[in-house]
Design a protein around this ligand. Structure first.
Ligand SMILES: Cc1cc2nc3c(=O)[nH]c(=O)nc-3n(C[C@H](O)[C@H](O)[C@H](O)COP(=O)(O)O)c2cc1C
Length: 217
């Protein structure tokens, strides 16, 4: 396509007919369903199936979104790692409400999670950080995430400084880097269906159990 041509987005359309989501086979908790869909996305070799859009709220009430990578799930929620001085971290500290959205287009599925975000333990950060490749570890030290910097060269100089400071195999987890967990209050599963009559099942936390409702598409 010529870059000056405007894409005709109105005629881009997909018929959703890969699957269905019905109450009869929906588990009592959203966790096994989420894990099943994530494994399905992995099995279909979707690129970055653990990438999620994370929304947080600024002091003025305005939302900001960005992508993060889901790294594990447990009773504390859905885990991701980041810089604790970043914009998202500052927003989470001031208002822990957050949302995550997973989109698996090739499977015609999305999952939205709403809940409250809390910091993971230092030990979680240290064990995950130790498993990362050297370059990623150095990158975490070099980046003052979300700050304005003078230019690319400045960043590469900092990277070189950090490589000189920390040899491979001996990079400690930065004190300003760690994990968060989004503990879901609500999880909504969306499966595309024909004629735009999609399946939407909403799990809402109800004491120790989950209430399941079907939402209109
Ligand atoms: C595919 C993908 C995965 C990403 N994963 C992460 C991540 O796990 N943690 C992170 O801090 N930033 C990640 N980023 C970068 C963020 O989207 C974002 O640019 C950065 O965290 C700064 O966000 P903030 O200024 O809102 O805090 C990822 C970006 C992409 C495109």
């Amino acid at each position: 396509m010529n870059p000056s041509d405007k894409p005709n987005l109105r005629d881009l359309r997909v018929s959703y007919e890969l699957g269905e989501l019905v109450e009869e086979t929906a588990p009592a908790s959203p966790y096994p369903l989420f894990e099943g869909w994530l494994h399905d996305a992995l099995a279909h070799q979707l690129p970055e199936p653990n990438a999620a859009t994370l929304a947080t709220l600024g002091a003025d009430g305005a939302p900001t979104v960005r992508t993060v990578l889901l790294k594990s799930i447990d009773e504390r929620g859905f885990h991701f790692f980041t810089n604790y001085e970043s914009r998202k971290a500052q927003e989470i500290e001031a208002d822990p409400r957050g949302s995550m959205l997973f989109l698996w287009t090739n499977r015609q599925r999305q999952v939205g999670i709403r809940g409250v975000i809390s910091k993971l333990a230092r030990a979680d950060a240290e064990s995950y950080f130790a498993s990362r490749p050297y370059g990623h570890q150095i990158g975490a030290w070099a980046s003052q995430q979300s700050l304005v910097i003078p230019g690319r060269e400045w960043l590469e100089e900092r990277e070189a400084e950090m490589r000189a400071r920390f040899p491979e195999g001996a990079v400690p987890c930065p004190p300003f880097w760690g994990g968060y967990a989004l503990l879901p209050q609500e999880v909504e599963f969306w499966q595309g269906r024909v004629s735009r009559l999609h399946d939407r099942l909403l799990y809402r936390r109800d004491g120790d159990a989950w209430a399941i409702s079907r939402m209109s598409p």
